[in-house]
Design a protein around this ligand. Structure first.
Ligand code: WT7
Length: 704
């Protein structure tokens, strides 16, 4: 970290002021059919029943052999769940449903172009496809148990098929979000040591057929640069018998999957019986420093946890038509489009495109046509749909019983629109707080039993005991009105096992801060540090305030300031770079970059564009900054560290705090004038920030 703590206030001490919101009750119709309607369930997961309470989740799965130990704490904080047990994730999500539900839809894929028919894939058809692709991976690519296989796939049925095929072989999949750049994908391939890339020629997004294959070439080049050779690139074709990309195939390395798949027609691959603690997949996410972290998730604990939370918190029944409008390239999609819903044998909907394409009614047409009963999305999508079509949902005849939100704090006003207009007042709303590292929900209301409160995720979920600590490790009491660091006191089955290849970083980032005794083998001494600021009301409900580290949450996607800054520094003219968040009405937060130039370089649009292009290339378009401000110098402390909170204040038209301790305080007015006058010209003066937002900006980049 390059930023010095300048003001006495720390994230954990910021006062939070907002109005307490009233409760909403779950609709009686919902309660009548809910999976969790018996209030005794809360007692079954009380702390004195931990960890055995989680055997109930594990029993939702089919095991080849049972575990002898529910929670093995012999090597803290590398917890092992259900040790001794063996199972296969692909078997659990596919094979075991055949006896009863062979011809039921497992996946319904909705293409973005509205004139293209849906692909309805039954459990039987899924079984066939998973087996054939597993055979191809094993016999054509030589994939073995424990190998890593990288996917850079968009939202197409081939993605869950490929995931389940790897799981069948006991190979570890690593899906990179399709919107990430080829370079970002290549970096992740090198980090995980994968020599196989599975991709697609193109896909539709906002009416455009994107050339996705071009990214595969970039990925292979970047992986090679980082010392990882890629042997095979398997390319699915978006359109049958037609190649949709202008980028040539590379002889000997690239193959069309549909050219070789016929060789594997009808092949059956026995699911490999895996130990519960065998890794199932990697999911990369951004952190405070440098490289993205490969979060390693387990087979038994993870699958049990997503099955259990899908059952009780998403209220998934086998007869539901469930639509999580997220991307499988994020953990949300892994847990709550693929593994959770399929483990429970329901019908899960996959949508290729943008939720607003071609208009604000698209989601509601899909919901009406497919009879969707459960809908899951992110606040950023809700804000967008509300802005574009506040009255649209009423025009469509769909009825959700259950809706969730995930990924960022949701403003109470947006929550109420979601409940009243999207849910037509008939659905429960479950605000689910968790992270890539967690596997599944950690904070949420139990839908039939606990009332909803707009803007709060609720209490800890079943068997999870969160707590807020201040900087010194003292508990911040519920109802105190003080914010602090969100932590979880106990392990849970869905927790990631380690950061791939970096076990020390795993311990340091998540457990070091509040560990009571590094020698202890008692889980009570190893609270998990989530990196979020939060406040707990008297009723025990948590309100998440946002990240306390240098991570900017743009539309529910985590971007590390360090990654943005190092991408900017690849531009030759740039001497220094700093990324800050600005409050954005739809995306929650957006990124603004501040850069200073090397001596002799000319400022101008050309350089700013180069910075944006570098971020596109290194990370992906989702990270593209709203503005790149070229400044003559950065506000710095006397020890030369950039004060991000000062420029964050300027970008947000907020108080910049005390600048008297800066080495160059005179620069602040220059930058303010330069940036704010251009924003005024662009009509970008924000509304006045709420006290909570102002606190967040003030705290940005402070942690030393
Ligand atoms: C960060 C994790 C796993 C979900 C998708 C994002 C923020 C997540 C909420 C929520 C307020 C939330 C937190 C968290 N976040 N859910 N319901 N309310 N904030 O996963 O990319 O790992 O990001 O998203 O800041 O730390 P992720």
């Amino acid at each position: 970290m390059t930023v010095e703590r300048e003001i006495p206030l720390s994230e954990a001490e910021i006062a939070v002021h907002w109005r307490e919101e009233g409760y909403f009750s779950p609709p009686p119709k919902f309660i009548g059919q809910a999976n969790a309607s018996d209030p005794s369930i809360v007692d079954r997961y009380a702390e004195d029943r931990f960890p055995d309470c989680f055997t109930e989740y594990a029993e939702l799965l089919s095991w080849d052999s049972y575990w002898h130990t529910v929670l093995d704490t012999s090597d803290p904080p590398f917890w092992k769940w259900f040790t001794g047990g063996r199972l296969n994730a692909s078997y659990n999500c596919v094979d075991r449903h055949l006896a009863k539900d062979r011809n039921k839809a497992a996946l319904i894929w909705v293409a973005e172009p509205e004139n293209e028919p849906d692909a309805v894939i039954t459990y039987q058809e899924l079984y066939r496809r998973v087996n054939e692709f597993a055979a191809l991976l094993r016999d054509y690519c030589g994939v073995r148990t424990g190998d890593r296989v990288t996917f850079h796939l968009p939202m197409v049925p081939e993605l869950p098929v490929a995931m389940l095929a790897c799981a069948r072989l006991g190979a570890i999949h690593s899906e990179v979000f399709g919107g990430f750049s080829g370079t970002a994908c290549g970096g992740r391939m090198a980090d995980s040591g994968s020599r196989i890339l599975v991709t697609m020629d193109g896909y539709y997004r906002n009416g455009q057929l994107a050339d996705h294959k071009a990214k595969a070439d970039e990925a292979v080049a970047e992986a090679a640069k980082q010392g990882q050779q890629v042997d095979k690139v398997l390319v699915f074709r978006r359109h049958r018998d037609r190649y949709s990309s202008p980028t040539p195939m590379v002889e000997g390395r690239d193959v069309f999957v549909d050219d070789i798949l016929p060789e594997f027609r009808g092949r059956v691959v026995e699911p490999v019986s895996m130990p519960a603690e065998a890794p199932l997949f990697l999911m990369y996410t951004s952190g405070t420093t440098g490289k993205p972290k490969g979060c390693q998730h387990s087979t038994g604990g993870y699958l049990a946890y997503v099955a259990g939370t899908s059952k009780y918190y998403q209220d998934i029944h086998p007869q539901d038509t469930y639509w999580c409008c997220a991307d499988i390239g994020w953990i949300t999609g892994h847990s709550y489009i693929v593994y959770g819903p399929l483990a429970l044998g329901t019908t899960t909907v996959l949508f290729e495109g943008a939720p607003t394409h071609p208009d604000a009614g698209r989601c509601w047409r899909i919901a009406e046509r497919l009879g969707v009963t459960i809908f899951h999305t992110a606040p950023t999508t809700i804000r967008m749909l509300r802005k574009l079509g506040p009255e649209e949902p009423a025009r469509y005849n769909y009825h959700f019983k259950h809706m969730t939100t995930v990924g960022e704090p949701i403003e109470p006003e947006v929550w109420r629109w979601y409940h009243r207009v999207v849910g037509k007042g008939e659905a429960v709303v479950v605000d689910t707080w968790w992270q890539t590292e967690n596997g599944g929900f950690l904070g949420a209301t139990l839908p039939a039993l606990q009332p909803m409160k707009p803007g709060s995720c609720g209490p800890g979920v079943l068997g999870v005991y969160p707590v807020i600590y201040d900087e010194d490790g003292n508990t911040v009491e519920p109802g105190s009105g003080r914010a602090g660091n969100m932590c979880i006191r106990n392990p849970w089955p869905g927790i990631f096992q380690t950061i791939w290849g970096q076990p020390e970083r795993f311990v340091d980032t998540y457990f070091r801060k509040y560990c009571r005794d590094p020698e202890s083998k008692d889980w009570r001494d190893w609270p998990y540090f989530a990196g979020d600021g939060a406040v707990q009301a008297e009723d025990g409900y948590f309100r998440i305030l946002g990240r306390v580290d240098d991570v900017i949450n743009v539309a529910g996607h985590r971007l590390g300031t360090k990654e943005l800054e190092s991408a900017s520094l690849t531009v030759e003219e740039i001497a220094e770079a700093a990324a800050v968040p600005v409050i954005d009405e739809t995306r929650g937060r957006a990124v603004e970059m501040y850069v200073s130039l090397k001596p002799g370089q000319q400022p101008g649009k050309a350089v700013a564009d180069k910075v944006s292009a570098a971020i596109d290339r290194e990370i992906g378009k989702i990270a593209r900054p709203k503005h790149v401000w070229i400044v003559s110098d950065m506000p710095k402390t006397r020890s030369g560290k950039i004060m991000r909170r000062v420029i964050a204040g300027i970008s947000n038209f907020a108080d910049v705090g005390d600048v008297s301790t800066l080495a160059n305080p005179e620069i602040v007015d220059d930058i303010r004038h330069h940036v704010q006058s251009q924003k005024v010209d662009l009509g970008e003066v924000p509304r006045e920030l709420s006290a909570q937002e102002a606190d967040e900006i003030k705290a940005f980049g402070q942690e030393g």
